[in-house]
Design a protein around this ligand. Sequence first.
Ligand SMILES: Nc1ncnc2c1ncn2[C@@H]1O[C@H](COP(=O)(O)OP(=O)(O)O)[C@@H](O)[C@H]1O
Ligand SMILES: [Mg+2]
Length: 284
Amino acid sequence: MTNITPVAPTLAVVGLGHAYGGIDDTTIAETGPAAGTSKHARTGTVVAAWDVSFDVAGGEALGVIGESGSGKSTVMKSIAGDIMPTTGRVTLQRGDGTTAVITEMSPAEIRALRVNDLSIVHQNPADGLDLRITAGGNIADRLTAAGWRNFAAIRERAAELLTRTEVPLDRMDDPVGSFSGGMRQRVQLAKALANTPSVVLLDEPTTGLDASIAAGVLDLIRGLLDEFGLAAVVVSHDFSVIEMLTQRCVVMQHGRVVEHGLTDQLLEDPAHPYSQRLVGAARA
Ligand SMILES: Nc1ncnc2c1ncn2[C@@H]1O[C@H](COP(=O)(O)OP(=O)(O)O)[C@@H](O)[C@H]1O
Ligand SMILES: [Mg+2]
C-alpha cells in the first residue's frame, strides 16, 4: 500500500471552529452529536463547525461528508477566507514555497490568494463563472487578474485548459450561459486550474447535474486531480462522490467530525452509526 500520510501538508486546518452567535463555556458542551443539534437551545447560537482538524498533501484529495447543515460549507468558507472563523488556524503552502496563514490574512491578501493559489469549484457554476461572457473570456479574466498581459498567450492557455477539460474549442467564444450544466461545470474546472493553484476546493461539484452527466464530470475531476498534483478538498453529502474522488475523508455531523480515516476503509467498515447511515444511503 502506498503511504498517503501527508509529510508536508499543502493545506492544514487546525482546531477550526465557527459559531453563528455568541459562545460561552456551555454553548460548545451543549451542542454537537450528543445534543443532536448544532443549535444551542438557550441562546440560539449555531455552532456550525467545531474542533475540525485535517491536512491535505499535494496530489491528495480529502473528502468532507455529512448531511445538509452538518457544517461542510462553513469549513470550506473558512478555508477560502470567505468567513473569519471563531477559532482555529488554516495554512496553505503556496507554489513558491511560502506559507499563507489564511486565518490571519486581510481581505486584499485573501483576494490575491484566491487568484493565485487557491481555487473553488462551486456546485452552481453561476457562482464561479460569469454566464454572460464567453468560456475563453472567463478563463482570461482569471489569468489577467493574475497578471497575464499577452493576448496570444492568454488565448493559448485558455484553449489548452478547455481542451484538457473536454470543452469543444469551437465553443470557446460562446457565452457560458448558452452551455449545458455539464459543460458549464467543465468551464468552471478549466478556470479553477488556470493559474495552477496549490489547493482546490470542490463544493458538491456534481450535485446539480443529471446522474449520467455527473459520472462524466466526476471522471474528469479524478483525472485532473491526479494529473495536476493539487491538494483538493471535496465536500459532498454523497459517499459515492467521496469514494470516487478521495483517499481520506472526515465525516461531519452537527458541526463536529465524528469519524475520519481512509475512504476505502471507512466505506468498508464505518464505525460511527452516522457514517453507517451515510454509507448505507450511498449503497442503496
Ligand atoms: N450565516 C449564517 N447564520 C446563521 N446560521 C448559519 C449561517 N450559515 C450557516 N448557518 C447554519 O450553520 C449550520 C451549518 O451550515 P453549513 O455549513 O452551510 O452546512 P452544510 O454545508 O453541511 O449544509 C446550519 O445549521 C446552518 O443553518
Ligand atoms: Mg453546504
